[in-house]
Design a protein around this ligand. Sequence first.
Ligand SMILES: [Zn+2]
Length: 583
Amino acid sequence: MRKLLATLITSTVLFSPVAVSAATVFPLDRATILVSSPFDVKVEFDGVVAEGDVSVTVNGQPAAEVLGKSFTFIEKEDGVDASAVRINEVTLPSPGTYTVVAKAGSEEKTVTWEVYGTPEAPVAKNVIFLVADGLSVAHRTAARIMSKGMSEGKANGRLNMDDLDYAAFIGTSSTESVATDSANTMSAYMTGHKTAVNALGVYADRTADPMDDPKVETLAEALRRQTGKSVGVVTTSELQDATPAAVFAHTRRRAEKAEINNHIFDLKPEVMLGGGSAYFLPQSQPGSKRKDDVDHITLYKEAGYTLATSKSELETAAGTNTGKLLGLFHTGNMDTTLDREFLKKGTVDKFPEQPGLVQMTQTALDVLSRNDDGFVLIVEAANVDKMSHPLDWDRAVVDTIEFDKAIGLAREFAAKNPDTLIVATGDHTHGVSIVGTVNDEKDADSMREKVGTYAEAGFPNYEDKNGDGYPDRIDVSRRLFLAANNGPDHYETFRPKLDGPFVPAIRNEDGKYVANEAYKDVPGAVFVQGNIPTSGDTGVHAVDDVVLQASGPGAEKFKGYMEQSDVYRVIAEALALGAKQTQ
Ligand SMILES: [Zn+2]
């Protein structure tokens, strides 16, 4: 041990010959940047420095010469006792390696960026990017078994995702933490830059203002800059929630949802279907979550959008619209498939006319495909994550089945339009596994003893007699047993939650989350000791890799292990987003 430590110390000394405190340079070291894509550059020094002492070079030349703009010097950053320099919206028009050296006084920092080009001609006209938030291997396996069944150890059918041609393992860690959230993970997919937890379309700087962080370009912005393609977003969450927001937004803090809604309007995607109407309404209207009088629904109508607020309005809008469609079906997040279609729980009594992900995806494809230049459609199944947090596995898995049906629509579209790249993935994983079954018929005196593991597990007895792809009921007598490897104190009931989504823990007077006593008296419930801090009310994201799958032109570039930010480059190459503009 001591020897190892000595080696480490020696090697550290070798790599930093002078004892200097290091500045931070954004974009960070090893950033990969699409050629000609605008981004902000910022250098944060650790202390207050004199303007005359600052030098920033790029490949040995003064930065201003290479970047075409001069840095603004900030002697003391807001709320920080230290200096910074910044240039907004620079572009690098030639691919290559760029070594940036920032110096001031005793501080010095070197970072290297790789600027990549793309082929001049695209191989794909359309991209359908489907992401199930939190999608883990257990969700997929459970969706296959629940939907298709299994006999003698072989699946009785295949999911749509099972037949996509290429696959890769995706590393999801954020720039400041091995663990991650849906903001920086989706932002990495949508910008090609990894960033910090809670950040969207920016590198997270040290100032308190969540809207001033150094920006990078999003896929939607690159499409507007380089192509005439349409952009569509479909989600079962609020449209301003982290995953859909990553398509447009630039903020350090994903919670800035009213501001994010403004960013969406700046970009005006042709199709937007989901929840989150509260951020479209002026503050004077009941249910509004805005702090101003801007009426976004009127703004969209004036911009030529057709508005749909229910299943039937969406159906009508699909046939009659102008190529611009805004569908808002919930003030907040939309209900799960299980609640919406089968149990009528959650908030379905208040929002009975919510369309599902399948109808929304089909409508989006119908509308977007009218653009001869093609389109990029982002589809998010949000509830896989939103139900995995509270350990409500049945809801998470049924929404995975619905997600797979949306992949089916994408595959049908691609069969008729082979110039379509399909990417299907999660953004991060959850700590969940299938460990066997719960067998009500087993002769045992407690629910725990009715859990079947190894040979005792046998096969579950879900049925799909009506052939809709969903199990006719989830509370069958032998059902899959999924368990989390982390979570708050809670009661395990070994049963589907038929009365509404599971609430495993509630906050006590000390502000700590404790097991929700409402489940204590469910026959056979057992107390499960939590293993995460008591400030957490639900299970947390896992650091495990995500599985990404893809089909269509360009998909063969997905293989092996890739960083989440590398996915953007494959899409950019397929669409030739680095091609030289002729006008
Ligand atoms: Zn989550």
